[in-house]
Design a protein around this ligand. Sequence first.
Ligand SMILES: Cc1ncc(COP(=O)(O)O)c(C=O)c1O
Length: 384
Amino acid sequence: MIISLAQRATQAQEYYFSVKLAEVRKLMAAGHDVINMGIGNPDQSPSEATIAALSHSASQANSHGYQAYKGIPGFRQSIVQWYKRVYGVSLDPETEILPLIGSKEGITHISLTFLDADDEVLVPELGYPAYRAVSQMVGANVVEYPLLEDQGWQPDWEAMQSLVNSKTKLLWLNYPHMPTGAPATRELFENAVQFAKKHKILLCHDNPYSLILNQKPPISLLSVEGAKEVAIELNSMSKSHNMAGWRVGWMSGAKAYIDAVLTIKSNVDSGMFLGIQQAAVAALQNTDQWHQAQNDIYRSRLDAAKAFLKALHCTYDESQEGMFLWAKLPENVLSAEQLVDELLYQKYIFIAPGFIFGPKGQRYIRLSLCMPAERIWQAVQRLG
Ligand SMILES: Cc1ncc(COP(=O)(O)O)c(C=O)c1O
């Protein structure tokens, strides 16, 4: 006998990487040396001070209890100082910050907090799959908004006007953009805030890549005047601080939005381990040189990744930011799915097909830079 599932569980699809990485593991168990350029999982360590802070905290007798739902004051204070230093934005540590167990969980809490069944959510036609999946899980309707490929994958604000109606509640934005690597610009953020105000919709900006291979100083959406009325921003320490497995990030925004999300969140988890919060405080003090060194490592991998794409006759934009390379397939390749499977089963190389980020990605692939350059060169050699 099997007890029936909720409708949302029958409709939701298992996360692509969860399925595909099981295939990768199977090949590895059979003795194949799979080069995994699929997922954006940083291979470098957090700073030494970060690890020392976790280790020290874990050794203290009073570190192991439940923590405040809103995080320790020291963590919120460090986030505020970091925001000021990195983005020049002032926030109130008491009321405008909510620590999160990764920004992926924040996407769920925000959706639970703001969306009713049948509300409409604007998601980019190419983007992080969780925006779409979670909107559907809470019964909202997903409306894809177009990105202009010939204008650096910026949202088509003109076309978006016609997608808005009285049910439109929330808009997901993410620049530097994953998967295309399109950089953030002040003009884009100003347009977004103006659009959200005009149509009275909540603008949720997901900002995990602003420090990775950025070609200009990083920007926060909250630096736009008046943004806090309609916008919230997610930041993650997964990529920028090499802490993906630690599960730590936060949400910034006006008190009313933070309080509302906290009400939902406090019914779901019971705070974040003190050691991780204390380690995050140390990580947020990483020097500019530390971040520079991480970027030097990513940059040193670009030549190999580009050689890999050239061997596949793919084309790509040089202005990409973040830890991936997004590339277009040549016309003679039938589909991304076929190429990905051929590479996996014939060459033991795993890359991400573009369609997992939305239908517009049918003829694209995404390479991750999260492995040593030698390993990427090895993949180039396997292509012959
Ligand atoms: C655009 C985007 N948002 C959010 C996340 C999730 O970040 P976190 O590890 O903080 O949950 C990712 C991870 O790949 C991402 O690419």
